[in-house]
Design a protein around this ligand. Structure first.
Ligand code: NDP
Length: 257
């Protein structure tokens, strides 16, 4: 796997926390000799600290570029690739991980700004990021090459009460991923999805607008996955032989029905 990943340039959205952060470490640990990691999120200071930690953990073989990027802002996304230093533009893997859930409410008590934040981040942001890298992937010889790994959710398959908007965004991710994979058949561009179940991250705290006690209650009496559990799967699918597409993976903790 280290050989297959060696020399690649990998973009991770939402790398400042949770699954994205763990995925950055996992790529770095797996291919420590020759890798470029472009870590993006809105909190640049956190990404800069993460870059230092990755360097301390694996050394200089992994080059890390922290980039402030709000995926829900189409103009920022459009400026992302042209704004990279030239040697960083040859992107091979995009991990579309940035995402959030805002509020647990039943229609019609869902704030419009929460609806917009979820769709603009989880869906439009993911689509726009994909559009940003596809020209690079398509320009490669023999019909192209590159990996798009979308982080969906079990919520995209199994809707729950109070989660109508979030579930709808993740169902949209699922549909987009599946369509795009079919569109790109017979190219060497792989479009894949990893769907986590319950994972303990900042995600739950964001859902309750920062209320940690409410967030902790979500995990009471159960053992959620760790972000590393998902990161290992993401790196596994990226590390397959290029003729192998692990199209769709659902990963959830053993207690979760
Ligand atoms: P975290 O809240 O820990 O991390 C979310 C990341 O997304 C942060 O790095 C955050 O960084 C970033 N982010 C949020 N909004 C934006 C934005 N507009 N632009 C750029 N970055 C953004 O959550 P998780 O690690 O748990 O979530 C990662 C993915 O996994 C999400 O897509 C989520 O839906 C999915 N998922 C999570 C599950 C869970 O139980 N935790 C279950 C199923 C799926 P910053 O604030 O710095 O921008």
């Amino acid at each position: 796997v280290a050989k297959r990943l060696s020399g690649k340039t990998i973009v991770i959205t939402g790398a400042s926390s949770g699954i994205g952060r763990s995925t950055a470490f996992e790529f770095a640990r797996t291919a420590p000799d020759n890798l470029r990691l472009i870590l993006t999120a809105r909190r640049l200071d956190v990404l800069e600290e993460l870059a230092v930690k990755i360097r301390e953990a694996v050394g200089d073989g992994v080059k890390v570029l922290p980039v402030r990027l709000d995926v829900s802002n189409p103009e920022e996304v459009r400026a992302f690739v042209p704004g990279l230093p030239e040697e960083w533009r040859d992107i091979n893997v995009l991990v579309n991980n940035a995402g959030l859930v805002k509020g647990v409410a039943q229609a019609p008590n869902i704030a419009e700004e929460d609806i917009n934040a979820m769709f603009q981040t989880n869906v439009t942001g993911l689509i726009n990021m994909t559009q940003a890298v596809l020209p690079i992937f398509k320009a490669r010889p023999e019909g192209g090459g590159g990996d798009i790994i979308n982080i969906g959710s079990i919520a995209g398959r199994e809707p729950y009460v109070g989660g109508s908007i979030y579930c709808a965004t993740k169902a949209a991710v699922r549909s987009f991923t599946d369509s795009l994979r079919r569109e790109l058949v017979a190219t060497r561009i792989r479009v894949m999805e990893v769907d986590p179940g319950q994972v303990e991250t900042e995600f739950s705290v964001v859902r309750f607008y920062g209320d940690k006690s409410k967030a902790d209650a979500v995990y009471a009496g159960c053992e959620p996955l760790t972000p590393d559990d998902i990161a290992e799967v993401v790196v596994f699918v990226a590390g397959r032989r290029e003729n192998v597409i692990i199209a769709d993976t659902l990963v959830f903790p053993s207690h979760q029905a």
